[in-house]
Each structure stands twice: as structure tokens, then as C-alpha cells.
Design a protein around this ligand. Structure first.
Ligand SMILES: [Zn+2]
Length: 173
């Protein structure tokens, strides 16, 4: 169970809408399974011009991506700005929290991890084991139905995505 407060829940939807048709991305942090902090991270794919930067995408997706302009690539995939990511991780450590989840949006597909999402998650797993960071969940905001955004969360292990329950937590009044 991942518990997300309603202000952060709403801000993730606003973030997704603000970048639509590009994908947005970010980090959620907190303690136990309670998210208390959100970090919006820049999707740098929109300004990538070098095909080497796309090397970690699976081959089918890669051949598609090569035919797209950098602007169009950000519509179907994301890569977090590394410097913003490391600043967020530093802030999370300083506040004594843990990184709970990565989030990103799907602007015209369901809230399920794509093959590329699974590939990226597995790459992060290799890096994560070296750094001894707890396993993050993967949250996806779908704007497939623009009026009714859907948010789902997953564990991605051994190239398999498993949905986990996600709760929108009301703020104390
Ligand atoms: Zn995705």
C-alpha cells in the first residue's frame, strides 16, 4: 500500500496536465508507505539530440524514437534530469526520509508500465543495489481520459510489473 496525500495527488495530475503532450516525471518521498514530499523533475528527453542518449531504450522503442524529433520523444518517454534527481535525493536524506517512488505520466496510454518503463526500472535496480537505496515504487498518472486521470502504482522486479494498492489520503483539517 502506498499512501499519497491529496495535495500531492492533485499536484501530480496538474504536473501531468502542464506538460501534456510531453510526459512529466518526479520523485515521491516519505516514511514507511506514507508519501509526504514530492519533487517535480525535468524530463530532459525533450532536449536530447544525440542517439547515444537513447541507448538504454529497448530496440523496438528505439527505432520508433529515432524517427521522432526530440520534442516528440518526450511525448512517449521520459528521462529525469540527473542533477535535479541527485539534489532531490540529497534533500530526502537530509530530512531523514526515504525515496518511496518515481512518478511519470502517460499522456495517451493507460496507467501501466510500458516495456521502456520496465527497462529503465531494471537499470535503476542495478544502480540501486550498489547504493543500497530501498526499492522504489513506480507511479503512473494516465491522461488517456483527460477528464478522468488515473493514478496507479507498481513494483517492478525481475522485469515484471506488479500493481500495488495506492490510496489517496485526505489531509488533516
Ligand atoms: Zn511510462
Amino acid at each position: 500500500m502506498l499512501s499519497i496525500p491529496s495535495d500531492i495527488w492533485q499536484d501530480m495530475i496538474e504536473h501531468a496536465r502542464a506538460l501534456d503532450p510531453h510526459e512529466c516525471c518526479g520523485i515521491l518521498a516519505g516514511t514507511d508507505d506514507h508519501v509526504t514530499m514530492q519533487y517535480r523533475i525535468t524530463n530532459i528527453l525533450a532536449r536530447m539530440h544525440d542517439e547515444a542518449d537513447l541507448a538504454h531504450f529497448d530496440q523496438a522503442k528505439l527505432s520508433d524514437l529515432k524517427n521522432l524529433t526530440p520534442e516528440e520523444r518526450a511525448d512517449v518517454a521520459f528521462q529525469m534530469d540527473a542533477q535535479e534527481m541527485s539534489l532531490a535525493q540529497k534533500d530526502i536524506r537530509q530530512k531523514g526520509m526515504t525515496l518511496k517512488a518515481f512518478y511519470h505520466s502517460h499522456t495517451f496510454s493507460p496507467a501501466r508500465p510500458s516495456l521502456t518503463d520496465v527497462t529503465i526500472a531494471m537499470e535503476f535496480e542495478n544502480y540501486r543495489e550498489r547504493l543500497n537505496i530501498p526499492e522504489p515504487y513506480h507511479v503512473i498518472i494516465s491522461l488517456e481520459d483527460k477528464e478522468r486521470p488515473v493514478i496507479r502504482a507498481y513494483r517492478i522486479q525481475e522485469s515484471q510489473a506488479t500493481e500495488i494498492p495506492v490510496q489517496r489520503r485526505s489531509l488533516p483539517v
